[in-house]
Design a protein around this ligand. Structure first.
Ligand SMILES: Cc1cc2nc3c(=O)[nH]c(=O)nc-3n(C[C@H](O)[C@H](O)[C@H](O)COP(=O)(O)OP(=O)(O)OC[C@H]3O[C@@H](n4cnc5c(N)ncnc54)[C@H](O)[C@@H]3O)c2cc1C
Length: 411
């Protein structure tokens, strides 16, 4: 059983490591053979349930891969490793095509204001469509914050092709309720189902497939029998943002550390620890974007947990939930900080505020040094087109993950 069954789950690093430890013996051929089966909220034991922790950085892809490789050969756990790196692919793809997120938000705004769509969306979101599997997944999503991958695919397909609702509203519903809600994986997966990612190739939810992989819990008869790919106007191309490099080995002697809920992990500071740290959490932004209380509480408690761990290391840390740019100015001035280190936030919720934050840091006379995890720095430039060309790069990454030189390196 995964921890995401609606009972409150601890958003701590130790809970994340326990979950990884519990899952690892099953990350080999068992995962490969059984991962498509969705046994429902009381028994999703064939998948890892790690995504909410990975989303916030309490676990990272390299350490999950390393843990799996310590129990299985690469051949045995390749499927699990590939799934882990699908997430990296989606993140890199959105960094390279960031206009997709802007366009999604513009379109979502229009969709949510369109009165002619309101009734259909409300019926779907309240689980009153009469399609038993779909209505049950709505309940599961809202009550637990988690859905199995296959259920997400069926759900998105039914939303788009059977209920004929705009994909943007469905993606928004997912982001509001998923504990692992991730701008890149979510937006791009919905687009993939709709036939907008791999142009013209859609995903059709079929009765026989649902019956097989839910072991006959569901066998819906009302599903669309075809899935014609959606089309859209070409999305404006924006030059990709400059991507940060992995953390520098030679660090400044006196510096402050900033982190966001995009990555609430603690880098290995070695002997040269930061003087102080600042945790930035966009609580108001989530609330105005419609995130459920469960999602906000989970992310906030993850941030609290990291603040506690930093304090235990003797690094005084403050959590700021609004007016981030102003708080940064005061913090820099209080501690006379010349340099700030920060993991680069991804394309997403931080977009709107980040320019202001950078300007505040610059106006305070401090130098901001952004950094990325080493495998992201390596792989993001290759997430330009489809997953299959990206995938060719992965064995070299897995080799590095197992090498004694990078063992344990999170950045
Ligand atoms: C419409 C749709 C929306 C989605 N929205 C999100 C989202 O907001 N956030 C999110 O993390 N994932 C999303 N996914 C991907 C996937 O469904 C989840 O990552 C997975 O179900 C998480 O459960 P798990 O940790 O038990 O997965 P496992 O099967 O145990 O996989 C292990 C890890 O690999 C990664 N992973 C697995 N499958 C995928 C995938 N298809 N794409 C990207 N990463 C993957 C995740 O980090 C996951 O924790 C979405 C998929 C679809 C079809």
């Amino acid at each position: 059983m995964t921890v995401w069954n609606g009972e409150s789950a601890l958003a701590t690093r130790s809970a994340a490591l326990e979950q990884l430890d519990r899952f690892c013996p099953r990350a080999g051929l068992e995962y490969h053979k059984c991962r498509n089966y969705d046994y429902g909220r009381n028994d999703n034991s064939k998948v890892s349930g790690l995504s909410p922790y990975i989303r916030i950085g309490l676990l990272n892809e390299a350490e999950c891969a390393r843990a799996a490789l310590s129990k299985h050969s690469e051949r045995q756990c390749r499927k699990f490793l590939e799934e882990l790196f699908w997430r990296v692919y989606w993140k890199g793809y959105l960094e390279n095509h960031r206009a997709i997120w802007n366009q999604y938000r513009r379109d979502l705004n229009l969709v949510l204001r369109d009165d002619s769509l309101a009734r259909g969306i409300a019926t779907a979101e309240s689980g009153r469509t009469g399609i038993d599997c779909f209505d049950s997944w709505v309940k599961e999503l809202v009550e637990t914050g988690y859905l199995h991958n296959h259920a997400r695919m069926w759900f998105a397909s039914i939303w788009i092709f059977t209920l004929k609702l705009p994909w943007q509203a469905g993606a928004h519903f997912f982001l509001s309720h998923l504990l692992d809600g991730d701008v890149a994986s979510n937006t791009l997966s919905w687009r993939w189902v709709a036939g907008l990612h791999t142009k013209g190739k859609t995903y059709l939810a079929r009765r026989s497939n649902i019956a097989k992989y839910t072991e006959n819990r569901f066998a819906p008869t009302q599903l669309a029998s075809t899935a014609v790919a959606l089309t859209e106007d070409p999305i404006q191309t924006l030059s990709p943002r400059i991507q940060a490099a992995p953390i520098e080995i030679v660090r400044p002697l006196k510096y402050g550390f900033i982190f966001t809920d995009d990555d609430a992990s603690i880098p290995d500071f070695g002997e040269n620890r930061p003087q102080t740290a600042l945790a930035l959490f966009p609580e108001n932004r989530y609330a105005s974007a419609g995130a459920s209380q469960r999602v906000v509480d989970f992310r906030r408690s993850s941030m609290d947990a990291t603040v506690g761990r930093l304090e235990n290391l003797g690094i005084s840390t403050v959590l700021v939930c609004q007016n981030h740019a102003n708080a940064i100015v005061d913090w820099i001035s209080d501690h006379q900080l010349e340099t700030i280190l920060c993991p680069q936030p991804y394309v997403g919720y931080w977009n709107d505020e980040w320019a202001e934050i950078e300007a505040s840091i610059a106006s305070s006379g401090s130098k901001l040094r952004l950094f990325r995890r080493w495998w992201e720095a390596d792989l993001f430039p290759h997430a330009q087109k489809g997953f299959f060309s990206f995938k060719k790069r992965l064995p070299a990454i897995w080799e590095r993950i197992q090498s004694p030189l990078t063992a344990g390196l999170s950045y």
